[in-house]
Design a protein around this ligand. Structure first.
Ligand code: SAM
Length: 275
């Protein structure tokens, strides 16, 4: 029996179902249910919510979400070896856990369930984590179908997501996240908390959708930030040459001698809209 429910400890679950971690699937499991409960609590209140969890693995965070009162959890897992272990959790919490055996990159969130509010809580696989986040914060329509994202990333990626202008980690991801969301790091999780331990420290971050992000064409914003940060040490008149250079900067009211990392999100949006 574990500290948070009557199910077996995760080590026993992993042994019983032969879930030896696969590197190719980014499998670094959290076995401490007190820690997974702490992560789940960051997304409270959960009772009225439908929680989408990507990559439940043996189910540590899934169990925490359910024991913290999540009304419904939809767990999307690519590794079919995990299904039997997850079904045991579903049987323990009747009618509250649905298992979707799929690649989360191919799942259309809006079509997954009509239930709202939707919260996404996940200890993301490092190899597809950034792509999933970008997909979630760049749907064509805003506000998005989710009301909060509570996610584990490698610390370095988390720092890029929450980075403010003028700081070393500020780049394309920071502009995109800052444009549509308010993002913050909640706490770090040390390597030793995982089985097997990854190479670096991880962080839990939370993103809340901005109600009224500045209108911008996503494609243009991506082109501008890609060009500007592709040559981040150069002045913008140089790095944006292929997109109109000085003329574009003048139209946008931005000094051509500035560098990408000094521009606010609003200034990037202005550039995108003038492109
Ligand atoms: N949630 C578990 C925990 O906290 O211990 C496992 C987290 S582990 C970092 C990432 C999980 O994502 C693994 O279970 C892995 O099989 C799964 N995964 C990897 N790629 C995936 C994908 N494209 N779609 C869905 N799940 C994926």
């Amino acid at each position: 029996m574990s500290a948070i429910d009557d199910l077996p400890p995760l080590r026993d679950v992993i042994a019983a179902h032969d879930l030896s971690p696969k590197k190719s699937l980014g499998q670094n499991f959290l076995l401490d249910l007190n820690l997974t409960a702490r992560i789940a609590r960051q997304a409270l209140p959960l009772a009225e919510a439908t929680v989408v969890e990507v990559g439940p693995g043996p189910g540590g965070l899934t169990r925490a979400l359910l024991s913290e009162g999540a009304g419904r959890v939809i767990a999307i897992e690519k590794d079919p070896r995990c299904t039997a272990a997850l079904e045991e959790i579903a049987a323990h919490y009747p009618g509250r856990l649905s298992i979707v055996a799929a690649d989360a990159l191919a799942v259309d969130l809006a079509a997954l369930t009509p239930d709202r509010p939707l919260k996404i809580v996940a200890n993301l696989p490092y190899n597809v984590g950034t792509q999933l986040l970008v997909n979630w914060i760049t749907p064509p329509n805003w506000p998005p179908v989710w009301e909060s994202l509570t996610l584990m990333f490698q610390r370095e990626v988390a720092e890029r997501i929450v980075a403010a202008p003028g700081t070393p980690h500020y780049g394309r991801l920071g502009v995109l996240a800052g444009w549509r969301t308010q993002a913050r790091i909640l706490f770090d999780v040390s390597r030793e908390a995982f089985t097997p331990p990854p190479k670096v420290t991880s962080s839990i971050i939370q993103l809340m959708p901005r109600k009224d992000p500045l209108p911008a064409a996503l494609g243009a914003l991506e082109r501008v930030t890609a060009a500007a940060f592709g040559q981040r040490r150069k002045m913008l008149r140089q790095s944006l040459k292929g997109l109109g250079g000085e003329a574009l900067l003048e139209r946008s009211g931005i000094e051509p001698t500035r560098r990408a990392e000094t521009l606010s999100v609003e200034e990037f949006v202005e550039l995108a809209n003038r492109l």
